[in-house]
Design a protein around this ligand. Structure first.
Ligand code: ACO
Length: 167
């Protein structure tokens, strides 16, 4: 079983040279939730406020292996993209996997390498930990826009995702 951890530094091309990505911080809730709400809207989903707050609290809690990375606009200093990710155990390796759960970039900031910078930041964090053998994520078969980015930073693992039906 080969491990898929791309070792990527921040690629400083013209488009992304000024994109700062950092770990989420305690005061980021309002800006993070604005983008998280847009992400949920993109999926025609909604969540109770308490669930969003709970998710955010988990990012901040150092004892919980769930994080968020945020991309910052170079001029406004506002958050323009988010990547929420978490770590879990794995039966094929004593190292763990990171699952990139949610990725969202503000509509007017797209095609400027913000999404790529966020994914590469997650790769960098995985490499720095030393206990991660794989970083993976999934998207809808119909999400061609995301796939255009994903085939540049990763490869299609060729899996279908099945779910237990809701009662
Ligand atoms: N047309 C052509 N190429 C594209 C397009 C497009 N519409 N979108 C991305 N690409 C290519 C770019 O050309 C670029 O290639 P390059 O590095 O060779 O120049 C590459 O993909 C990187 O694109 P970014 O600019 O980094 O992507 P962006 O910041 O626009 O973010 C994202 C992409 C996150 C998919 C954004 O469109 C978005 O937020 N969409 C709505 C929500 C969504 O679909 N999220 C992902 C769901 S899956 C998940 O959450 C794990």
């Amino acid at each position: 079983m080969s491990c898929f951890v791309l070792s990527v530094g921040l690629l400083l091309t013209d488009k992304m040279s000024s994109i700062e990505v950092r770990d989420i911080q305690e005061g980021d809730y309002d800006e993070w939730v604005r983008l998280f709400n847009l992400y949920l809207e993109f999926y025609k989903a909604s969540l109770p406020e308490e669930t969003k707050k709970h998710t955010f609290e988990r990012f901040i809690n150092p004892e919980i292996d769930m994080w968020s990375a945020v991309a910052i606009h170079p001029e406004t200093g506002k958050i323009i993209g988010i990547a929420n990710y978490l770590k879990h155990m794995y039966t094929w390796n004593s190292k763990d996997k990171i699952y990139l759960n949610d990725l969202y970039v503000d509509e007017e900031q797209r095609l400027k390498h913000v999404g790529r910078s966020l994914i590469e930041y997650v790769f960098k964090k995985a490499d720095e930990r030393g206990d991660i053998c794989d970083v993976y994520w999934c998207t809808d078969m119909t999400n061609h826009r995301a796939q255009l980015l994903y085939t540049k930073v990763g490869y299609n693992a060729g899996k279908f995702v099945y779910k237990r039906p809701q009662n």
